[in-house]
Ligand binder design. Structure first.
Ligand SMILES: *Cc1c(COP(=O)(O)O)cnc(C)c1O
Length: 367
């Protein structure tokens, strides 16, 4: 295969073509550096410039207030499942509160419990994580060290439309699969993290945005790399960061600011793309059986099943012939999942919608 296909992979996922083009133009020699980004020292002025530009652009995109630090870490979101409780739970007398709306939140809670007191205040496993807590759910214990949630559950395809109300308790969010897909009110968060490979860049770099006061919670007993305070003090140069990852996250941020025109615009585009597919689910609810309850549907990962495994396999085969790839859902859930992150072009989603309509018609379901 030498042509690019429409890649619906959940992650690592599609990146904007202009970003890939710039990476490949600069791969042999990054302008001004005399070498490629892969060969550039992390303490050079050129790399420091790349790092601060990426922070600056993220700050503009998300309107991040000055009392929050932007860190570029490694270990993916899975390491954050441990770093969050290691840093924020020290000395806690009451449990951290986890709102568990899918597979990732459930894994995060398992890790937190290894580190200190943590409990699920809401758990959607009984209905196979097809829904969220009611929007006006009461806030929990005002003395809790933090409230944790996953803004978009990538595997089940359920997404919070707005933040849960945590009162004055710091809200911690795993935003791995919808980071930079829409504007956020950062003031509502104590901390937000996202591995880049879903929506913001390549695998290997994880963005952490954390409020200054939370940096003070760790006890000085942590292994050095695991302390947010160390990374903040060294401005993400505590050790060698994933320089290539930071560079690409910077390019993606630039693309969002300059080519797309900001996160309001990106959000509007994402809503249109998602609507194209959800309209098909709503037209043929017996044929394309959506997993998420309609009011909790994700704009990023559209999950559904067909009436039988056989039809599902046929559908996936047909899609692949039309250059629509990687639509098979996670092995733990089964079914079809279309991941339509920022960089998935609208044409790819249109093509998928047409494929779904034609496949339904072939099986006797027409409008
Ligand atoms: C992919 C994903 C993770 C895991 O990320 P890694 O970088 O593989 O550790 C965690 N949470 C969410 C919501 C994800 O989508």
């Amino acid at each position: 295969m030498t042509e690019r296909v429409y890649n619906f992979s959940p992650g690592p996922a599609v990146l904007p073509l202009p970003v890939l083009e710039q990476v490949s133009r600069d791969m042999i020699c990054l302008p001004g550096a005399g070498c490629s980004i892969l060969e550039l020292g992390h303490r050079t002025s050129t790399f420091r410039e790349i790092l601060s530009q990426a922070q600056h652009d993220l700050r503009r995109l998300l309107q991040i207030p000055d009392n929050y630090q932007i860190l570029f870490l490694q270990g993916g979101s899975r390491l954050q499942f441990s770093m969050v409780p290691l840093n924020l739970l020290s000395g806690a007398s009451c449990p951290a509160e986890y709102i568990v709306t899918g597979s990732w939140g459930s894994k995060a809670l398992v890790e937190a419990r290894r580190m200190g007191p943590a409990e699920a205040v809401w758990e959607g496993g009984d209905t196979n994580y097809d829904r969220l807590p009611p929007p006006d759910s009461p806030t929990g214990n005002p003395a809790a060290p933090y409230v944790y949630f996953t803004s978009n559950e990538t595997i089940q395809g359920v997404q919070f439309a707005r933040e849960p109300n945590a009162g004055n308790v710091p809200l911690v969010c795993d935003a791995s699969s919808d980071f930079l897909s829409r504007p956020l009110d950062l003031q509502q968060y104590g901390m937000i993290f996202a591995c880049a490979q879903k929506n913001a860049g390549p695998a290997g770099v994880t963005v952490v945005i954390i409020r200054n006061d939370l940096l003070q919670r760790d006890t000085d007993q942590l292994p050095g790399y695991l302390s947010y305070r160390n990374h903040a003090q060294e401005d993400s140069l505590y050790n060698t960061p994933t320089t290539f990852g930071v560079y690409v996250v910077g390019l993606v941020s630039r693309w969002l600011l300059e080519d797309i025109g900001g996160l309001d615009k990106m959000d509007a585009i994402n809503r249109q793309k998602a609507k194209m597919l959800y309209d098909v689910l709503d037209q043929f609810p017996d044929f394309y059986r959506g997993h998420a309850m309609p009011e909790c549907r994700s704009q990023m990962n559209v999950t559904f099943r067909l009436p039988s495994n056989e039809l599902q396999e046929d559908f996936l085969r047909e899609a692949e012939q039309r250059q629509l790839h990687n639509l098979k859902c996670h092995r733990s859930v089964g079914g079809v999942r279309a991941s339509i992150y920022n960089a998935m072009p609208a044409e790819g989603v249109t093509e998928l919608r047409d494929c779904m309509l034609e496949f339904a018609a072939q099986h006797g379901h027409s409008i």
